[in-house]
Design a protein around this ligand. Sequence first.
Ligand SMILES: Nc1nc2c(ncn2[C@@H]2O[C@H](COP(=O)(O)OP(=O)(O)OP(=O)(O)O)[C@@H](O)[C@H]2O)c(=O)[nH]1
Length: 414
Amino acid sequence: MPLGIPSLLLRFPHCYFSSSAYFKSFHFSSRSHFLCTGSLRPVHLYCTKWMFLVKGLRRELCHQATVDQPIEGLSDREQGFVDKIYSGLIQGHRACLAEAITLVESTHHRKKKVAQVLLQKVLSYHREQEKLNQGKPLAFRVGLSGPPGAGKSTFIECFGKMLTERGHKVSVLAVDPSSSTSGGSLLGDKTRMTELSRDMNAYIRPSPTRGTLGGVTRTTNEAILLCEGGGYDVVLVETVGVGQSEFAVADMVDMFILLLPPAGGDELQGIKRGIIEMADLVAINKADGDLVVPARRIQAEYVSAMKLLRKRSKVWRPKVMRISAKTGEGISDMWDKMTEFRDLVLMSGELIAKRRKQQKVWMWNLIQENMLEHFRSHLAVKDKIPLLEEKVLSGVFSPGLAADLLLKAFKDGL
Ligand SMILES: Nc1nc2c(ncn2[C@@H]2O[C@H](COP(=O)(O)OP(=O)(O)OP(=O)(O)O)[C@@H](O)[C@H]2O)c(=O)[nH]1
């Protein structure tokens, strides 16, 4: 049984009833429609057809939960565990935060339920704290992306230390879905950010080394909430900017930063144009020694290129800065720019609006991912998929016809 669907569908019944209209706007407006599968498959082709899948699933799951009680009861042992982790977490114990993140990363059916109970508790704690904070967010969520070798770990080490010295609590979550195919976590390498990882006011967590981008995205979103519950006021989400993960990260954070080396065209081929469009700030790193001149040139190139981009905010124009993570030059100025950004978008209301939109995107991403998983593994279609894929590949069936046949088989099998 896919996790999250019972509680999500039953807690948000209006989403089911209004989802037809929503899907229309969703698949045209959101780039995230392809994130969960980690491929560019045009999910919107299927979106309207998901309606009856939702309906079937909803019927199937109705007996398990109610709107008032969205999550099934836990055993006393499980409840005791949740209470213990929760109180340790909000008191700022790193071990409890680590345990809580491990719990939300679990793919075990029962643990996923326990994780949802914990998250609900953390969410209500959040709401209370935000109320006390006059409605302002508790933490600044920052996405950091850049190609391999741009200097991300050197930057985070330097930047993180500067922040902890100024009294901030910093957590770093590394999203690395590429490791799900390579088997090892590139970003989770223990040798990275050694000094910061010893700092008691910092917490560094690599993404799980297995799973789809959708899965990693879900757990990262939940890990952000947990870090905030643990009192971390700056949450950095790091990703390698050569895949789809940076798009997913941009949908989780308040500010998205692109870190680039002072290199031109060919060396940055892996960087997609789309990711530059998402950046609120571009930092050209390694602006030291012999690299100052190329860094200036690249900065000028990006300044002109970014003038041509569509304006995404009424109060902020993306900035391009030069920094050196090695010498620390420009890092403090960069933080000043970041806080300027945060204050402006907060005062204008853009930040809250963005977060609300992200919550919705997140929910639909979860539904999409779970539905696809449910669909693919359903007995009525499982065996037919390879056959129909083959027919599409050989040109015997059109993709539309094959999709219709599979969806019909699924519907009949519900
Ligand atoms: N000159 C100079 N070198 C730097 C700077 N920042 C990082 N480097 C060097 O660039 C290389 C790559 O730095 P990393 O911090 O490992 O880069 P990364 O982006 O984390 O790389 P991946 O771990 O491969 O994703 C290292 O040799 C660093 O010493 C800088 O500001 N100036």
